[in-house]
Design a protein around this ligand. Sequence first.
Ligand SMILES: Cc1ncc(COP(=O)(O)O)c(C=O)c1O
Length: 372
Amino acid sequence: MQRLVSYRSEFPILERKVYLNSCSLGALPRAGMAAVQAFLDEWAMDGAAAWERWLKKLTRLREFYAKLLGVTPPEIAIVPSVSGALSAIASCLDYRARPRVVSSDLDFPTLLYQWQAKAPAVQLVRAATPDGVRIPLEEYEQLIDDRTALVAVSHVLYSSHWLQDISALARMAHARGAYLLVDVYHSAGVVPVDLIAMGADFAVGGSLKWLCGGPGTAFLYVRRDLVQALFPTVTGWLAHADPFAFSTELDYAPDAARFHSGSPAVGSIYAAHAGLEIILEAGVAAIRDRVADLTDYLTAECLDRGWILRSPLDRAERGGAVFIQSDRPAALAQRLLEDGIVVDARGPCLRVSPHFYNTPGDLEALVNSLAQ
Ligand SMILES: Cc1ncc(COP(=O)(O)O)c(C=O)c1O
């Protein structure tokens, strides 16, 4: 515990604010600032010669994401956003015999838009939620059948931080001949993610939130034995097997690099790399324990005061955030900001997401301010 608290000085925002919004935007570490400065220095001093180093950084980032997710670097593509990665996956599935994609309204909208944009060739089928917090496995069971091309779900639901049983969903999808795609944006960096144990065919996520790497860099995982059968029609020159041959004939890379597109946002890659290095060093298993302790504490404090929660009460079922119901969440978030406390408002709730650099004192400050 003490070891994780020692990281606090690495995050300048913690000197000025009670920062409890890491599932929206992780705090920027000093190492991230230095990395972006290094990128600028290389650009200023070396010009185009810096590309060689920049492309090595891209390769290194694939290795780091692979380590985080328990897979191999060739199974990882670096993409500018999860939305872009989903569009590329959506572009290369065959919907003729299997026109359906199963997802839910508790998933992030971009996960739903991909298939709506392909209607009527693709039909989006939504699993129901009894309470706006969770989706029972039986709901999926009823919907997944031999018309299903893909089951597209989140490991942790952004709308309640309910942790889903992805292995069970993957078994269900595979038993009916469908693929499983998991969005790990709200788990990667705060809940251990083992894509092999999950049995996922595809995964998407990024560095913006729990990985403290800022916007502009995301990842796509494609299972090794699947990749060569996929030909994304959303593409670009870095998807080529040998991009620097500048061939005018498209020949896809043999690994997940076939999901790359054009020149990457190098500054963002530097920031993402620095954030990920800290998360891997701190260790996701330790972070998971720490954040579960913090969210347990907040959950108990809220329940004591009779506040209604729309996130799981049991730490084993909770990602990294607590959702406190309110009839005016945006106004409350604004009022908290005046006290130097940063949370966000989602739906009918305040969403509070502490990370490994937070303390019980931060949550105490939030609860005291809210109580007033
Ligand atoms: C679960 C989840 N998936 C996807 C996204 C969108 O990702 P991107 O902006 O990289 O397309 C978000 C953004 O907050 C998200 O919370």
